[in-house]
Design a protein around this ligand. Sequence first.
Ligand code: FES
Length: 495
Amino acid sequence: MGEYKIRFEREGKEFLAAEGMTILEAMIAAGLEPNAPCGGAGKCGKCKVKIPGGVVLACQAKIHSDLTVDTGVDAKEKAKILMDGVFRPVDFKPGDLPEGSEHPLLAAVDLGSTSIVCYLHDGKDGRQLGVKSTLNPQRQYGGDVVMRASYAMEKGASVLSSCVRESIDRLLAELAAECGYKEEDIARVVMVGNSCMHHLFLEIPTDTLVLAPYNPKVLDPVTMPASEAGLHVNPAAELNWLSNIGGFVGADTVGCILAADMDQLEELTLMVDIGTNGEMVLGDRRGMTACSTAAGPAFEGAKITCGMRGGEGAIDHVWVEDGKLGYHVIGDGEPVGICGSGLLDAAAGLLELDLLEESGRLEETYYFTEKVFINQKDVRELQLAKAAIAAGIQMLCDSKGIPVSDIRQLLLAGAFGNYLDPHSACAIGLLPPELEERIIPVGNAAGAGAQIAVLNEEERARSARMASAVEFVELANDPGFQDVYVDKLMFGDEE
Ligand code: FES
């Protein structure tokens, strides 16, 4: 079998690829961390690269000769990653830390399916020293958690686990260095992430997550030596994963409810984290109920013809102006695509202009520019995603036997929740219109919760009690879900 020299122009890297390997496989092996939302199935069209013969899908093009590859066909998506979250002050009581460092540090890690954020705190007084983030390298094995969990079931979890462990290790080392310390000074690491991220990181089989009964194998908090996870921190440092709740509702949601003090709230509160999975918790000091729904990757731009993540060149904000749609582009240049928040605004604007019917029928493809547009298929994808979230909210209210209007505040967690326009989200019925005035974006609440847990051992213990007190509703088993979902496919305030 021959070997061929592949030159990645932009990255200035060369790689020796075996005959018949796909360009995507070569990119992964060369450490380029390409974006492959459909996991290389040839369906999403997001892995385009330029080779001397023209533009091809990297996941479909096989290597049979030496090649120069330009990975920058679509403007490179320099993703914005949300790092801040509502952070309530807590007493500094981290618990016992191992000896070995003159200046111990504490780290909190939010392992999201799209991005990883690390926070570093001073182990002597709790001060935040720095924050650093990167995209999750598992993206190259699939855009959503189900694809990655399926990949792990077929080919084993070790590739997915080791790439993410290495990324976190690198991030912690860089962050510590930027703050003037060493990675070995880190004396404790607390981690959060959804249950799939949790299982993949810990190399726990994911079969029960993607197949019935759709439940994590491990719910309790996990404590292990951080060195066993390949982290080059203090060799005696502990790594603590917060608990999982059920289904895909994992330690990240526990971080959110901890940050929001949800078990103490007097007012009935809904916490929603919208991503490829929508995770939501409804409750207050009298009790909490949670569920998750599969929204798919539409809000992250995947499966949308001109969709992209919220980075340079993305239309991120759209409004009605003189009978048509005005728009804003990140970086203020020519638009190259549209991201989730732009898509939501655009649908709301098209509804207002009567170019989009409540049934979801789009009169005709709407062009922002010659190259960037929204078509009927995109609208259908958006409908599926928004119906999943809206139905989840409805089901939670039904399970408590209360009308949606009883909810006093809606806390929107996560990156998408932070960037979307609440008015558009309500106009298309993604979020309940009656709650528009009660929406509070809380940023990266999961990350805030992880920091609270690393700073205070009582909060860490409390997070486990909170998690086991949350009642989990599995929507896949609920015969009523399908009907509610179909109802919520309509745009607008259909009630
Ligand atoms: S089309 Fe190649 S990764 Fe989706």
